[in-house]
Design a protein. Structure first.
Length: 391
């Protein structure tokens, strides 16, 4: 009854099956698990380029200084979207505006096939975006810009680097697009998602897309090799097995809760390939989902304060869930079973730890037992049969 488990869309990150050719051979970066490496033709580029950080996965860009940053492997995201048959990974992006799809077509970009990773970092009060993708015709990005902002001509700033004036809610703004070639090393991780990412040829930086975004020189914003690797390894160290990375990043100093400041935060979401767990095995895949978020707070919260925060968060989510649930009241037992499943994920899969000022919130699917799943699965199957739906 894999497709019947609508609630398991939250586990779409484990939708890719194990690559039968993957054999761990050695360590790269942090974590106790080994990662397989594959040979890749190295590239030697004269002029500006991007050198990815190679650890247990591939990281294309780490900012030198930023209030926040995050990068997502597109293969992981695509697995989530394709959990529902017929869905397209690119639809999330192309639905932003009716002009997006034809503009991408002008640049010969197919987001379903060409994208390896997507990331963003804080610049000004807004965000700067970057895409790692296989770019066959970087010169066509100029035509893409012209199509996005009709009536304006892009200004050439350098090799495969343009800007264009566009209207905005806060007044005119300047959108910048720059394609920078990737300088690949001779070996990269060979897991499923890394193999997809390794096909990328360029990192395309998009600035000025949002109001209140500071115009930046993307290459000047790149951290040096040592700093970038340290930040990636620091985030990867949150999980016991950093292979199959989906998302990683950090958040800097900001307000948190009344009386508390967030000094810094790091997060990591991984779905390592292997034997899987009872929940993911029900989906016929061999991955386990692990999300870790560390919050360093000032002053250090007490255990009681943390318990109160979690209780408040759960109450807030319950209120939202009850409102949504009311709209599906005619679904009866099926919706009840789905909400019971969601509650199981929140209770059994969740852990928290507090050490001095560091609060870690952890969610792992391998904490959910086969017995717990069997009870909910039975209820869901019964509800679907009552509705005349074949599990």
């Amino acid at each position: 009854m894999k497709r019947a488990w609508v609630v398991l869309v939250v586990l779409g990150l484990v939708a890719c099956k194990k690559n039968k050719d993957e054999r761990p051979v050695g360590k790269t970066g942090s974590g106790s698990a080994a990662v397989a490496l594959a040979e890749k033709a190295p590239t030697k580029i004269t002029g500006p380029s991007i050198s990815p950080v190679i650890t247990n996965s591939i990281t294309f860009f780490v900012p030198k200084e930023a209030p926040w940053w995050g990068e997502m492997a597109f293969g992981c995201y695509a697995g989530a979207i394709r959990l529902q048959p017929g869905n397209s990974p690119s639809s999330t992006f192309t639905k932003v505006s009716p002009m997006v799809e034809p503009a991408l077509r002008t640049a010969d970009v197919d987001l379903d096939k060409d994208l390896g990773a997507i990331g963003a970092w804080g610049c000004g009060e807004g965000a700067c975006i970057y895409l790692a993708l296989e770019l066959r015709h970087p010169e066509k990005l100029k035509d893409m810009l012209a199509q996005i902002v009709p009536g304006q001509q892009p200004k050439e700033l350098g090799t495969h680097h343009w800007s264009i004036e566009a209207p905005g809610a806060q007044g005119p703004r300047v959108i910048g697009v720059r394609a920078v070639p990737i300088q690949w090393p001779a070996k990269v991780p060979s897991d499923t998602w890394s193999s997809l990412s390794a096909r990328a040829t360029h990192v395309v930086f998009l600035t000025g897309l949002f109001d209140k975004t500071t115009q930046v020189d993307a290459l000047a914003a790149v951290a040096d090799e040592k700093t970038a690797a340290a930040r990636v390894i620091d985030a990867e160290s949150l999980v016991s097995d950093p292979r199959g990375r989906c998302v990683l990043g950090f958040v800097g100093n900001k307000d948190f809760m009344p009386g508390y400041k967030l000094e810094r935060s790091r997060f990591m979401l991984a779905a390592p390939e292997g034997k899987g767990d009872p929940l993911t095995n029900m989906l016929g895949v061999h991955r386990s989902l692990d999300l870790e978020v560390e919050l360093v707070l000032n002053p250090a919260p007490t255990d009681k304060v943390v318990k109160d925060w979690i209780a408040q968060a759960r109450a807030w989510l319950t209120n939202i869930g009850d409102s949504v649930r009311g709209g599906f009241a005619d679904q009866g037992a099926l919706v009840d079973a789905m909400y019971e499943m969601a509650g199981l994920l929140g209770r059994s899969g969740f852990r928290r730890t507090l050490k001095d000022k560091a609060l870690t919130l952890s969610f792992r699917t391998d904490r959910i037992s086969k017995a717990e799943l069997a009870a909910v699965e039975s209820k869901m199957e019964g509800a679907m049969k009552d509705m005349g739906i074949s599990p």
